[in-house]
Design a protein around this ligand. Sequence first.
Ligand SMILES: C[S@@+](CC[C@H](N)C(=O)[O-])C[C@H]1O[C@@H](n2cnc3c(N)ncnc32)[C@H](O)[C@@H]1O
Length: 340
Amino acid sequence: MTSTQVKDSVNAADRLMQFASGFVISSALNAVTRLRVADLLANGPLTAAELAGATSTSPDALNRVMRVLAGVGVFAQPSSEKYALNSVSTLLRSDAPQSLRDTVEFFCDSLHFECYKDMLPSITDGRTASEHIWNENVFEVFARNPEAQTRFDNAMTNMTGSAAAAVAEAYDFSGVGTLVDVAGGHGLLLSTLLQRNPNMKGILFDRPHVVTGAQKRINALQLSERCRTVGGDFFKSVPSGDAIIMKHIIHDWSDEQALAILKNCRASLKADEGTLLLVEMLLPTDDQPHFSKVLDIEMLILPGGRERTSDQYRDLLHKAGFKLYRLIPTESPYVVIEAR
Ligand SMILES: C[S@@+](CC[C@H](N)C(=O)[O-])C[C@H]1O[C@@H](n2cnc3c(N)ncnc32)[C@H](O)[C@@H]1O
C-alpha cells in the first residue's frame, strides 16, 4: 500500500465511523437542546462547570458531551473546557431569527430513536416503523401522546418559520379571495400570507385537536375577522375556497393516499380554474447530498409517504385532474408547485 492509499483508507474509516456513530451526535444534540445550552451561551463563552451549574447536570458528563459536539462543529471551543456559540449552535437559540431548536428537538426525540432502531422491517415490506411498532399511522400515535404531538406541531411551525416569508415573497396572492390552508398545523404559513395580503381571507384546516392550537396565534395577530379554523379529515373532504395551499402534506402520503387528498381538493375548489399550491422540496435526480433525500427516509419510516421529483408531482397532479402550471423557486429549500 502506498502512503496515499493508507491515508485514503484512514479517511474512509473515519467517515464510515462518523456515519455509524451518528446516533451519538443526535442524542447529544437532543440533550443540549432540552437543556437550552445555546440560550445559556447567548452572552458569551462559559465553562462546562458553569453550564452544568445552570442546568443541574454533572460538570464532567456535560463537558464530554460538549466536547464531542464541538468536535463535529456544533459549538466552538475557545479553550479546553470553555464553550461558545458558532453559526451552527446559534440556530439552537430559542430567539434566533432562523431558530431550528424545535425541529432539532423533534428529530432527535425518543420517538425517532424508537422508530429508527431497525429499518429493515420497513425496507422489507414498505410499511412504516410506526405500523410495525404501534400498528397505526404516526399521526394517530401523536394524537394519543400529547407530548409527542406538541413536539411535532412545534417542529412543523419551526420549519415553516423560514418558509413562510419565502413563499409570501415568491408567489403573488393578490388575486386570491379565500385561501384554504389544508392541514396547515398551527397556522404560521396562513397567518403570514394573510398579514402580507390584507384583502385575502383564510381558512385553516387540520385535524380538530391540531387546529385548536392555532386560535391563539390568529387572535394575537388580530386575524380572527379574516381567518377561521375548520377541523376535519382531508380523506373525507376539505373546505371550499378560491385557492388551496398545502405545505409539506403530499410528501407525507403514498401515491394512492396523496391522490385521494388531491381529488378532494379538486372537488372543493370553487372554480374550474381554481389554483392549487403545493409547497414541497423537490427530490433531485443526481447523487449529490440534499436534505430531501434524508426527509424521504423520514417519510418511509414515520408517516409512509415519500419525497418526489418534479416529474412525479406532475404525474400525480395529472391523475387527480390538475395540470402542473409552474414551479416557482423560493429563497428557502421549498418550491411552490402551482397547479390548476
Ligand atoms: C407535516 S405536517 C405539516 C403542517 C403544516 N402544513 C406545516 O407545514 O407546518 C402535516 C399536517 O397534516 C395534518 N394531518 C394529518 N392527517 C390529517 C387528516 N387526515 N386530515 C387533516 N389533516 C391531517 C397533521 O395534523 C399535520 O398538521
